[in-house]
Design a protein around this ligand. Sequence first.
Ligand code: ZN
Length: 233
Amino acid sequence: MGLTSWLGDLAGMIYPNVCEVCANTLVHGEHTLCLHCLHDMPRTRLHTQSFNEIHKRLAGHTPISKAAAYFYYYRENPYAELIHRAKYNNRPALAKTLARMFAEEIMPSGFFDGIDLILPVPLHYLKELKRGYNQSHEIAKGLREATGIEIADNLIAKKAHSTQTRRSAFERWLNTGNIYTVAEPHELAGKHILIVDDVITTGATVLHCADAVHINEPSAEISVTALGFTHGI
Ligand SMILES: [Zn+2]
């Protein structure tokens, strides 16, 4: 084996050029997902409906203009694993790439038209320090790459909330209540804001962020997006 191919194999072991879903080797022209897995992704296509399942889940006192998510998020589904990896396995670039792919796919529908700023759901700074990144901010970066819309850091997590995994919808709601606030709300006056999270499950996190923006700057218009959206919970 020549040195070059040996080095190539070594690089392949460190940065395997395989599909993130099925682990098959990617061929020329493919990245992140093979064409088969890209085709089979359970896309929500909710951006095509002006009042969709996400709006229903987020129904509250803060009006939500547009809502979209890349794919349906089911437990045990290999596509859910993408988000898990991006969040917990130190793979911020994966979150960013998926978001860029998502934005490029739905951009022709006009979903991003009129949106002025992207606001990622914040992590409490201690949590971000521990993880090394905020996955929602990485998703925001991917959206910015595709759309050119700027990211703003006005949303702040005031306190760390404990893990959500084993809580009921109502407990989650209580748990995330009153932890978000908005810095420099005047910067959002009259702006159309896109709040970005990794997954919308109960919707409590995104809704509390939307409420925080709405309460602090009622003239802001609010839309939301995420990579994953859970079915009927
Ligand atoms: Zn694949």
